[in-house]
Design a binder for this molecule. Structure first.
Ligand code: BTN
Length: 233
């Protein structure tokens, strides 16, 4: 069950790294959380600033198929948005799974996995959320925190348990109806099919939002953008 067992660290380099390296000792649904990360990992090889006061954790999943990766990332991003909305933070998703509020990033999700050929041995869905932590001046125009949005501190543990509870109920609800989860995820996105966007400095249209990629119509033809995960062999 998601969140049945919690591994707590005061300080760690990265909870995702811990899950991937210790997957033999961990079970599906286990959660690894840290008060502070010294080498938090973000998407695209970026560093994820993770000081005290924020919520930094990874959920372990041991799915049967590589196809399930998208399901677990969506399960997490949708649950995070629902919990934020329930505490009156107007959150939405910036494609594919970045959590935004009022045009600024509030939380991010990094799904990493280890594979034996096509078979996943483990996936770590890492969730990072700015709760009460200080946002450095140089990224203040890009990122925000719950404290900033609600003008008060929020108990990090309470937000964690709300997210884990929501992930459990969504898992039960959507495990056999993945299409319904995709539809819910699409409604939370900040882009819609048919919307005009700028793509590589040119006008383009969002043609189709597929579960794992975006189909964009440009002057030159169609372009596909994959919502990639970090995979290790
Ligand atoms: C992003 O770039 O938007 C994803 C950020 C994911 C950060 C979280 S914090 C917990 C987990 N451990 C990590 O090292 N990264 C993820």
């Amino acid at each position: 069950m998601i969140g049945e067992k919690l591994y707590r660290f005061e300080i760690i380099d990265s909870t995702n790294r811990y899950v991937l390296e210790n997957h033999n000792l961990l079970h599906s649904g286990d959660v690894v959380i840290a008060l502070e990360q010294t080498n938090g990992r973000g998407r695209g090889g970026k560093k994820w600033h993770s000081p005290r006061g924020g919520l930094w954790f990874s959920v372990v999943f041991k799915p049967k198929s590589i196809k399930d990766l998208n399901f677990y990332t969506k399960l997490s991003s949708v649950s995070v948005v629902q919990v934020l909305r329930s505490i009156k933070v107007p959150a939405y998703l910036r494609w594919p799974n970045d959590v935004y509020s009022h045009g600024k990033k509030l939380a991010g999700i990094l799904t990493e996995g280890i594979f034996d050929g096509e078979t996943p041995l483990v996936i770590a869905v890492g969730i990072g959320m700015n709760v009460n932590n200080h946002i450095p001046d140089e990224i203040k125009h890009l990122a925000t925190s719950i404290r900033e949005l609600r003008s008060r501190e929020f108990p990090v543990d309470e937000i964690l348990s709300l997210i884990l509870k929501k992930m459990r109920s969504n898992w039960k609800k959507y495990k056999l109806s993945k299409g319904a989860l995709t539809r819910l995820w699409k409604r939370m996105l900040d882009i819609k099919e048919g919307q005009k966007i700028e793509f590589q400095g040119d006008d383009a249209t969002v043609y189709k939002i597929l579960p794992d990629r975006l189909l964009i119509k440009t002057k030159k033809g169609f372009e596909e953008i994959a919502s990639t995960h970090q995979l290790y062999g």
